[in-house]
Ligand binder design. Structure first.
Ligand SMILES: Cc1ncc(COP(=O)(O)O)c(C=O)c1O
Length: 478
């Protein structure tokens, strides 16, 4: 077998194939070149993950291979070297000090399923392009919906990330409210809600004040009295409310809005309630944490992002809806160039995406690898890690923002509060030099350092070191 020539010259059982054609694996027998490519690429990936502890979460700056293809295709060895260069410059979520964002290490079954997904190259656009996978997506959405407490008849769709799930939810809500052509419609979110709502409002052509922020209380949850006041104001202004969004797990501190009370208000006024559970909704799967999401089953739609804590490879987000038809009512166009779907609507008629990969595969296999007990362990360990870390921090020096989940943000308090920006820059840099990566969000006009404690490789010794560095960092301020 000649692997030094651009791509692979000899097809297994046929005449020498043109270079481009040999890039496609043989449909007649196990293609040795595909197998070798996958084996060697997998080996490099495993080494990259296995060597994570030796480097930091962020690589040093590196030169990348050319982006453009060359005149003639490159051979496997060259391609693997190109890949290696990109891998060496990648963010490393498996490093124990990778604590900056909601991007945990991926679990093994999810990585394998992503590989299979690429090889299957099915398309969730239509049933005939993904018969088993379309069915699997419906089944898994139903399972999630049931676990979250939705009634029979609930369903959902996978979307490429929480931003998209939120947008699909809002478009569906607007459709159900009969407000598709009313640019005056308003969506109410908490002051700590995610920026994806701003994006959704722009895409949907809402007015500049089409997303209104309701103040939050001390714990970071939406103030329900203020919600009622804003709703009364909207009615005076004759501006229709298209939906209220409760956040289950805010981006900076992981606070959970009082979903049950918000649901009561929505129910009384006949308003659509969306729960943005991109961070928190998965905690409803665990018996030890489900109580944190009390009231979530009263929502009309829920965003769930298993990519953010369970180690499912990106992207993995589901939008669940209480009423099955909510999605197809808003998005169904018919697909006149496809055979009918078993379920009346194709996967491409349930949301904004047309062609899309079978992201459900890595979620399904990942959950099955973890099992109920593994899910429970991952979730409760993340919260326990945050709890432990919080106890090590000196609250006389640091303002600590946290909630019941696995996120914590802090900033100097007292006489040093004014130096928050410089403190956050210097301290982040110092921590990076020690192999610990935190993020540097701004929140209510102040700069914070944020830790997301969802990384299962982070042990107490690392958290002790981190807490000590943070406590001491305040003392170095003048
Ligand atoms: C509360 C919340 N909602 C939505 C999103 C958007 O999710 P994604 O990054 O998957 O688009 C995020 C992202 O961090 C988030 O924190």
């Amino acid at each position: 077998m000649n692997t030094s020539h651009p791509l692979f010259l000899v097809g297994p059982s046929r005449n020498p194939a043109p270079v481009a054609l040999s890039a496609f694996a043989s449909p007649d027998e196990l293609d040795p070149l595909l197998l070798q490519f996958l084996e060697r690429a997998s080996e490099r990936l495993c080494s990259w993950i296995g060597g994570a502890g030796e480097r930091g979460p962020l690589p040093a700056l590196r030169v990348l291979p050319d982006a453009a293809p060359e005149e003639n295709g490159r051979d496997m060895n060259q391609l693997l070297d190109d890949l290696q260069q990109v891998m060496d410059g990648a963010y490393q979520p498996s490093h124990p000090g990778a604590l900056a964002h909601l991007d945990p290490p991926p679990i093994s079954a999810s990585i394998a399923a992503d590989l299979i997904c690429a090889g299957l190259n099915n398309n969730l656009l239509a049933e005939e392009l993904s018969p088993s996978l379309s069915h699997l997506e419906r089944q898994l959405c139903t399972w999630f919906a049931q676990r979250i407490g939705f009634p029979n008849g609930a369903s959902g769709v996978a979307a490429s990330g929480g931003t998209l799930s939120n947008l699909i939810a809002l478009v569906s809500a607007r459709h159900q409210a009969g407000l598709n052509h009313n640019p005056d419609a308003v969506v109410l979110v908490s002051a700590d809600a995610h920026v994806s709502w701003q994006k959704a409002a722009r895409v949907m052509g809402l007015q500049m004040d089409g997303v209104r922020a309701i103040p939050v209380d001390q714990e970071g949850g939406m103030d329900v009295e203020q919600l009622e006041i804003e709703l009364a104001k909207l009615s005076e202004e004759r501006r229709p409310c298209l939906a209220v969004v409760a956040t289950a797990g805010t981006t900076v501190r992981g606070a959970i809005d009082p979903v049950s009370s918000i649901a009561d208000v929505c129910c009384r006024l006949g308003l659509w309630l969306h729960v943005d559970g991109a961070i928190g909704a998965v905690f409803a799967l665990s018996t030890s944490t489900a109580h944190l999401l009390h009231g979530i089953s009263q929502a009309d739609s829920i965003t769930v992002n298993p990519q953010k804590v369970l180690g499912i490879t990106k992207t993995s987000s589901l939008l669940l809806v209480r009423h099955k038809n909510a999605l197809s009512d808003a998005f169904s166009t018919g697909l006149p160039y496809m055979e009918p779907s078993l379920e009346h609507h194709h996967g491409g008629e349930l949301g904004l995406q047309g062609s899309r990969p079978a992201e459900v595969l890595k979620l399904w296999l990942g959950l099955r690898q973890l099992g109920e007990s593994g899910i429970e362990q991952v979730l409760s360990a993340a919260i326990a890690r945050r709890d432990y870390f919080q106890q090590q921090l000196d609250s006389s020096k640091l303002q600590i923002l946290s909630g019941p989940l696995h996120l914590l943000a802090c900033s100097p308090c007292g006489p040093h509060a004014q130096q928050d920006e410089q403190w956050s820059i210097n301290t982040r840099r110092l921590l990076l030099s020690q192999g610990i990566m935190l993020s540097r969000p701004t929140h209510q006009g102040r700069h914070f350092l944020k830790a997301v404690l969802g990384n299962p490789h982070t042990d107490h010794a690392l958290l002790d070191r981190l807490a000590l560095a943070l406590n001491e960092s305040v003392e170095t301020l003048h």
